[in-house]
Unconditional design. Structure first.
Length: 158
């Protein structure tokens, strides 16, 4: 007769470590998202400065982490023209008025026109997101590694 003995060693230690990971995962994810959001804001502001679209600085100052729900993040600006800078727009003609009117940013004078040409996109936010996401796995691994160490340290104290 042949007998095989199977023993699971370290089950309690492994269970305690995994429990620590689960407990810390939500907090870690929220912290990672906050860090990524801050990186996106910084990169987006840098992109704006580099693409020559700063007139008053309002857009630059309005980019922020709007919401961090722990598992999702909203970064951007509430200014109505932020999307026009990012994505551009087609030509504009008057809809409910006879002419278009705006203040020329170089002369400071009011301009009247029946047509405004298309605006080319000058992406600043989307490239910032792409850059920040390249570092996501490293940031997350670093954060979870710290949590693993905390979990194993607390295990040793038990």
């Amino acid at each position: 007769m042949t007998n095989i003995r199977i023993a699971i060693a370290g089950y309690k230690a492994t269970h305690a470590i995994l429990g620590g990971i689960v407990q810390n995962m939500d907090q870690a994810t929220s912290e990672v998202l906050q860090k990524i959001g801050e990186d996106i804001v910084q990169e987006a502001k840098s992109n704006l400065q580099n693409n020559g679209n700063i007139s008053t600085g309002s857009l630059l100052g309005s980019i922020e982490v709007k919401q961090n729900l722990g598992n999702s993040l909203v970064v951007g600006s509430d200014l109505p023209y932020a999307g026009i800078i990012e994505y551009g727009r087609g030509p504009v003609t008057p809809k409910d008025a006879i002419v278009l009117s705006w203040i020329d940013k170089t002369t400071g004078k009011r301009v009247f026109s029946h047509y405004s040409k298309a605006v080319e996109p000058h992406p600043y936010l989307e490239p910032a997101v792409q850059t920040a996401l390249k570092g996501l796995s490293g940031v997350y691994t670093e954060k979870m590694g710290k949590n693993l160490k905390v979990s194993s340290d607390s295990l040793e104290q038990v």
